[in-house]
Ligand binder design. Structure first.
Ligand code: PMT
Length: 398
């Protein structure tokens, strides 16, 4: 994983040195870009020594342009993190202003971009800063923090840069330790089988890998986990309760009876949308040249969970071959979900059966892009996002 760390000028810049160390410890290659004012706080030599690479700072440096111009640097990155992100840098990025290397790289980057804001609490609370943050979020930028507490200026409130350990966990998919401690998570996984007769059924390509990886990530994050699983060839992680089902109707019954006792429901299963109106009790004989099947719509488990009086935080998946965002946003609104994780299916990499996947995650007024990686890492990232949104929703209610 190639991480481009962009450091802007705030007192929290010293924390970014620790971030480099943590990212490298977890196997990432790190290149650092600094603004001029960042260099007032921390010497580039510190980042050079920790990252093992020269620090970039000048947009128009002839040597750097030869070695690695801003476009090459932007292309090199698998993800970009601006930490600390000052109010000034946030304002510039949200308006597309590019008057230095850092902001130019932000505009040139096609990889997922994260920012970790750090500023005085009054500056953070200013309407214009909040508008700029919302704008960046709507462009797909993931905002990490800021945290609350004592600030270098002597004030107290929101504006402290998140701790390096939290940022590195968010970036590299390690779950925030115990972020689901004390919570109960219900997950559906795998395909369903809809019988045509005693020996045949309709099914789909789901292997269960995504749902099982999510169950493992939720367990690692401290949750008590139950998996409602269609027929798959996977062993469940230890300490997870597994309820095996076969048909969409059985999955519906298992999920609906359990869901009110759970804090979170994640529908990762590929549930049949239609099942044969009547399964034959005897094997269908090969006689006619053509036969017609009458299919009946199944009950929508996800939509019904979201309608329960005691509904869990409800997360759906959307598997699409085209119009990914449009269909996912439609499902999010129509099924009244808290969050939806959309993935492409029917392509070479990701989706059904693959060990890897990428997700575009949407919620009301927010989104995040989780880049292609193995399903275990991806699940840890999704679990972190779910925990963050759940706590935000609960805070709003109290
Ligand atoms: O199992 P893998 O091989 O690892 O593949 C992973 C996956 C591609 C199956 C997974 O990432 C995924 O996309 N799961 C959802 C597949 C799906 O059925 O998507 P959908 O867009 O058709 O359905 C939308 C949502 O409604 C899903 O959360 C689904 O679980 C739910 N649903 C659908 C029909 C139904 N009757 N009841 C439901 O709850």
């Amino acid at each position: 994983m190639n991480v481009l760390l962009a450091v802007s000028g705030g007192i929290a810049a010293y924390k970014s040195a620790e971030l480099v160390r943590l990212l490298r410890k977890q196997g990432a290659a790190v290149r650092v870009v600094m603004t001029r004012s960042a260099m007032e706080f921390v010497r580039p030599l510190t980042f050079q020594a920790l990252s093992g690479n020269p620090v970039h700072s000048e947009l128009l440096d002839a040597d750097e342009e030869n070695a690695m111009g801003h476009i090459t640097l932007a292309r090199w990155a698998d993800l970009m993190i601006i930490a600390p992100a000052t109010a000034n840098i946030i304002a510039k990025c949200s308006h597309g202003l590019t008057d230095d290397l850092l902001t130019t790289l932000y505009l040139a980057a096609t990889c997922p971009v994260y920012i970790a804001p750090a500023m005085n609490q009054a500056m953070w609370n200013k309407a214009v800063t909040q508008e700029n943050i919302q704008k960046l979020k709507s462009y797909g930028v993931t905002v990490i923090g800021p945290g609350q507490g004592d600030q270098a200026c002597g004030e107290t409130g929101f504006g402290r840069m998140s701790e390096p350990v939290e940022i590195s966990q968010r970036l590299l998919g390690k779950p925030i330790a115990q972020c689901l401690q004390g919570l109960k998570v219900l997950i559906s996984a795998g395909p369903t089988r809809e019988p045509l007769d005693p020996v045949r059924y309709l099914t789909n390509r789901s292997s269960g890998k995504m749902g099982y990886a999510l169950a493992g990530a939720a367990l690692n994050a401290g949750a008590q986990v139950t998996l409602v699983s269609g027929p798959v060839q996977l062993a469940a992680p230890l300490n997870i309760e597994v309820i095996g089902v076969e048909t969409a109707a059985q999955m519906y019954a298992a999920v609906i009876s359990k869901a009110p006792e759970y804090d979170i429901y994640i529908g990762a299963a590929a549930v049949a949308d239609y099942s044969p109106a009547a399964a034959q009790s005897e094997k269908i004989k090969k006689q006619a040249e053509q036969i017609a099947l009458t299919l009946q719509k199944t009950r929508d488990i996800l939509a019904e969970v979201a309608q329960l009086e005691h509904r869990p935080f409800t997360v759906g998946f959307a598997a699409e071959t085209h119009n990914l965002e449009q269909y996912a946003q439609d499902k999010l609104a129509r099924k009244n979900l808290d969050m939806i994780a959309a993935n492409w299916v029917g392509r070479d990499l990701g989706g059904f059966e693959s060990d890897q996947n990428a997700l575009q995650v949407f919620w009301e007024n927010g989104r995040s892009t989780l880049a292609m990686t193995d399903k275990n890492q991806l699940s840890a990232q999704l679990i972190s996002l779910i925990a963050e949104r759940l706590y935000e929703k609960r805070q709003l209610k109290t």
